[in-house]
Design a protein around this ligand. Structure first.
Ligand code: FMN
Length: 222
C-alpha cells in the first residue's frame, strides 16, 4: 500500500494535470485495458437510490461522430481527434414504479422481492418530495445528475493514468437525440443524451495555467 501522503499527492497532481482538452493527438490511442479501467470507474459510481440510471455509448464510428459534430458546437476539436468518445445517456422514466426499477432491485441488487416491495414505498415518497413524479423534465434531470458523478469519476481515473479528457455539454440535445433515435440507440425513448466526454492524449499543453476560486471564497465552515 502506498503511503497516504503519496496517494494524496498523486490525486492532487492528477486534478491539476486534467484540463478540458480541446484537441487530442490523433496518432495516440488509449489501450483497450486502460479504457476498460475508465469504464469500470463509471460502472462503480454511486447513484441516488442505486438506480444506475445511465448508459455509456462509446462512439468510434467516424460517420456517426461527424453527424454528432454538426450539432455539437462544444466538441468541434474533440470529436474528430479523441481516441474514445462517450455519449452518456440518462434514463427518461426512472420512477419508483418503472419495470426496470423492480428488475434492477431483484437482479442487480439481489434484494428479496418482499424487501424490494417495501423499499418502493419509500422511493415513491422520496420522488414525490423531490417533485419528480409530475414533471418529466425534473425526472430526466434527476437521472442526468447521477450521470455527472460517473463522468467525474471517469475523468479523474483517466487523469490518474495520464489520460486526457473533456466533458461536453456544448450540443443541441434534441438534435443529438434525433440522431441516436434514428439508429435505435435510445431503447425506444427510455434514454436520452445527458452529457458527453472525450478521452485521448492532448495534442498540446493547455495554453493558460489552471485558474480556480480561492478556498475561502467557496467554502464556509459553520
Ligand atoms: C458539464 C460540463 C460541460 C462542459 N462542456 C464543454 C464543452 O462543450 N466544450 C468544451 O470544450 N469544454 C466544456 N467544458 C469544460 C469547461 O469549460 C472546463 O472544465 C472549465 O472551463 C474549467 O477548465 P479545466 O477543466 O481546464 O480546469 C465543460 C465542463 C463541464 C463540467
Amino acid at each position: 500500500m502506498m503511503d497516504i501522503n503519496a496517494i494524496k499527492e498523486v490525486v492532487i497532481k492528477a486534478q491539476n494535470f486534467r484540463f478540458a482538452t480541446k484537441e487530442f493527438d490523433k496518432t495516440k490511442k488509449i489501450s483497450e485495458e486502460d479504457f476498460q479501467y475508465i469504464l469500470e470507474n463509471a460502472r462503480l459510481s454511486p447513484s441516488s437510490i442505486g438506480l444506475e440510471p445511465w448508459k455509456f455509448l462509446v462512439i468510434q464510428d467516424e460517420e456517426l461522430r461527424s453527424k454528432i459534430r454538426e450539432v455539437s458546437w462544444g466538441a468541434q476539436g474533440q470529436l474528430p481527434t479523441a481516441s474514445h468518445f462517450v455519449l452518456i445517456l440518462a434514463r427518461t422514466k426512472a420512477t419508483y414504479d418503472a419495470d426496470f426499477v423492480k428488475k434492477h432491485m431483484e437482479e442487480v441488487k439481489k434484494m428479496p422481492p418482499e424487501f424490494a416491495e417495501s423499499l418502493l414505498g419509500r422511493y415513491k415518497d422520496f420522488q414525490e418530495e423531490f417533485g419528480l413524479l409530475d414533471n418529466e423534465k425534473a425526472l430526466f434531470d434527476w437521472s442526468s445528475k447521477q450521470t455527472y458523478i460517473a463522468l467525474a469519476n471517469m475523468m479523474t481515473s483517466a487523469a490518474l493514468i495520464g489520460i486526457d479528457s473533456c466533458p461536453i455539454e456544448g450540443f443541441d440535445p434534441a438534435a443529438v437525440n434525433k440522431i441516436l433515435e434514428e439508429r435505435n440507440l435510445l431503447e425506444n425513448g427510455e434514454f436520452a443524451i445527458s452529457v458527453m466526454a472525450a478521452f485521448g492524449y492532448r495534442a498540446a499543453d493547455p495554453s493558460r495555467p489552471k485558474t480556480r476560486s480561492e478556498m475561502k471564497d467557496i467554502v464556509e465552515w459553520i
